[in-house]
Design a protein around this ligand. Structure first.
Ligand SMILES: [Zn+2]
Length: 215
């Protein structure tokens, strides 16, 4: 089997999605790109999380040609390929319909940076316009709206997060749902205090310099 390490990373990230209540039944996708070969590992479409093993994941090239695997790839594959083609720095993508972030998706609103942890995602999480699944529409809309953020909410659909690794994209998927949840509940009480762009930048510098363990 090819790309065992990347398969394992994508598999472990997929297992985090139901554990963190970001997906129900078959929804959601994780993919990762191998920096050496440029090959992509992605979840099969409509597959139960509790039955999934690393061997079920599909290896494909950047044009979507299957290199290894018998199952059909995620219905969202074209979005992932589009993003990998257009952003050389991205090596992991997570897509979910996580409920609190999706509240903002159906309202067509960005998620305000109400917590310092939002700085990790780039501040305000942008909202992308409605785009049908399949084809390049979602990818081109994400490229148009994402900017320097690592997450975006897509109108009437759900959330995409991106990272230089699969794990970083997975952490962002959990984080964006957390921020959305707190923003949603806070809005029920009135107008939450939103971080200024300066405060976001200040926290980004703190995270970059001193948060977490040395790699
Ligand atoms: Zn979706």
């Amino acid at each position: 089997m090819m790309l065992n390490e990347l398969r394992q990373e994508v598999y472990e990230s997929l297992m985090e999605l139901p554990k963190n209540h970001l997906v129900t039944m078959h929804s959601g996708t994780v993919s990762g790109r191998d920096p050496q070969s440029g090959l992509i590992v992605i979840k099969p479409t409509g597959f139960r999380y509790d039955k999934l093993t690393p061997a079920d994941l599909i290896v494909m090239d950047i044009d979507g040609k299957c290199i290894e695997g018998d199952l059909r790839p995620s219905s969202d594959t074209e979005t992932h390929l589009y993003m990998y083609k257009h952003r050389a720095d991205i090596h992991g993508i997570v897509h979910t319909h996580s409920p609190f972030a999706s509240i903002f998706a159906v309202l067509g609103r960005p998620i305000p940076p109400v917590m310092t942890s939002a700085a990790l995602l780039g501040g305000e999480i942008p909202i992308g316009g409605y785009a049908p699944v399949g084809g390049e529409d979602i990818g081109s809309e994400i490229m148009a709206k994402l900017g320097s953020c690592s997450a975006i909410v897509m109108q009437n659909h759900g959330v995409y997060t991106f990272g230089t690794t699969v794990w970083k994209a997975t952490v962002a998927a959990v984080e964006v749902e957390d921020v959305a949840k707190i923003a949603h509940y806070a809005m029920l009480h009135g107008n939450p205090i939103v971080l200024t762009p300066e405060q976001v930048k200040e926290f980004q510098e703190i995270y970059a310099n001193s948060y977490g363990q040395k790699e």
